[in-house]
Design a protein around this ligand. Structure first.
Ligand SMILES: Nc1ncnc2c1ncn2[C@@H]1O[C@H](COP(=O)(O)OP(=O)(O)OP(=O)(O)O)[C@@H](O)[C@H]1O
Ligand SMILES: [Mg+2]
Length: 357
């Protein structure tokens, strides 16, 4: 049974210097509010309020559900640690945490407000306009931010179109880090289902072991895939049992360059070691195709090309052999008035002609 979302703080509620204007979103782990500071303008506040672990009945206080105190504390610690770590990151593509504090029996994170819409919104509204140029520019910028996060030994763990804002200035902004989710996942199997299917990497489904930059890179690949498909790839959990993912280089053949499509396939490798191992490696692949393994389609085309080359070479050899025989015959029995025989076609000529085809 789906758990009911928690009651938010009312509009016009005063939280320190900020006044809550409205609820922006109410997820499984938190409630996000648009708030205003009289002097500094709009901010976004995130309130830690995990469904099924804590509740708000009346008033503003959060009450922990019986038997869930340990889990709540663990999530709260993770929320505060993440806020503290993010507060130290100053990058135009990572949501800026201005402040964080305890209150009302829980904790709050105050963030810069960015005008714009989520990438999820844009995928639904104008998929056809998310062309290769846009994707390359947008993702390269986003990856600049992610690189900064990884440099600080943090992982995002919940990259998906709904957690990326496209600002009115065209800049991407990465939101909503999933560390809290992860901290709760470990202890509470029922919360595991909250992993975002399609974007979460195989190693996230398998527990905490082996997470690294490649885990976020899988999600970046799935996000790129969604921009083209309009929906995420199949869940990694399902792919591990039977992989029915049609590679991007096949599914979107002709829509984008083969390098971009092969890069998406590279990120979506089920085996972590086969993916780009760092954001830098992925950025180089997006910039000029450096390091990108050949896509299955490219491999197939290459195989067909080599086959044609061999066939051409063989045809050349056969025809030069025949010419040799006929020259021998004609030398032995010259026909009066016959035209001189053509020089044999060299194998190289055959290769050149197959290349031109
Ligand atoms: N800094 C921001 N500026 C503008 N809008 C924001 C900002 N942060 C969040 N939002 C809006 O609020 C929505 C929800 O934010 P966020 O993804 O951080 O939380 P959530 O998914 O509800 O959280 P959770 O799943 O952890 O409970 C975003 O999709 C976006 O529309
Ligand atoms: Mg979110």
């Amino acid at each position: 049974m789906a758990l009911q979302a928690n009651r938010p703080l009312p509009d016009s509620y005063r939280l320190g210097e900020l006044t809550i204007e409205k609820v922006l979103s109410s997820g499984g782990f938190s409630i996000v509010y648009l708030a205003r500071d009289d002097r500094w303008g709009p901010f976004v506040i995130k309130e830690f309020l995990p469904t099924g672990i804590a509740e708000r009945h009346i008033g503003d206080q959060v009450v922990i559900i019986e038997g869930k105190q340990g889990l709540f504390n663990r999530g709260l610690r993770s929320f505060m640690d993440e806020a503290a770590a993010l507060a130290r990151v100053d990058h135009p593509n990572i949501v800026r945490v201005k402040d964080f504090f305890r209150g009302n029996g829980t904790a709050y994170m105050v963030m810069q407000h960015m005008r714009g819409r989520t990438l999820q919104f844009h995928i639904h509204a104008q998929r056809s306009r998310l062309d290769e140029r846009f994707l390359r520019t947008f993702f390269l910028r986003l990856l600049n931010g992610l690189r900064e996060v990884h440099l600080r030994r943090l992982l995002h763990l919940d990259i998906k179109p709904a957690n990326i804002l496209l600002g009115v200035d065209g800049q991407p902004l990465l939101l909503d880090f999933g560390a809290v989710r992860n901290a709760l996942d470990e202890a509470e199997p029922q919360v595991k289902s909250v992993l975002t299917e399609g974007f979460a990497a195989p190693e996230q489904h398998a527990g905490d072991a082996g997470l690294g930059p490649w885990t976020d890179i899988y999600a970046v690949g799935a996000t790129l895939y969604s921009c083209l498909a309009g929906h995420p790839p199949p869940s990694a959990r399902v792919r591990l049992r039977e992989d029915r993912l049609v590679p991007a280089s096949v599914k979107f053949y002709g829509r984008c360059s083969s390098e971009l499509l092969a890069t998406i396939d590279w990120c979506l490798e089920l085996e972590a070691l086969k993916r780009p191992q760092s954001v830098y490696a992925l950025q180089r692949a997006l910039q000029d195709g450096t390091g990108v393994p050949r896509s299955p389609l490219q491999q197939l085309r290459r195989r067909r090309w080599s086959l044609r080359m061999i066939m051409g070479r063989m045809r050349g050899l056969v025809s030069s052999g025949l010419h040799g025989v006929s020259a021998l015959v004609s030398r032995q029995a010259p026909q009066p008035g016959a035209a001189p025989s053509k020089p044999p076609e060299s194998p190289n000529d055959a290769i050149k002609s197959t290349r031109r085809q």
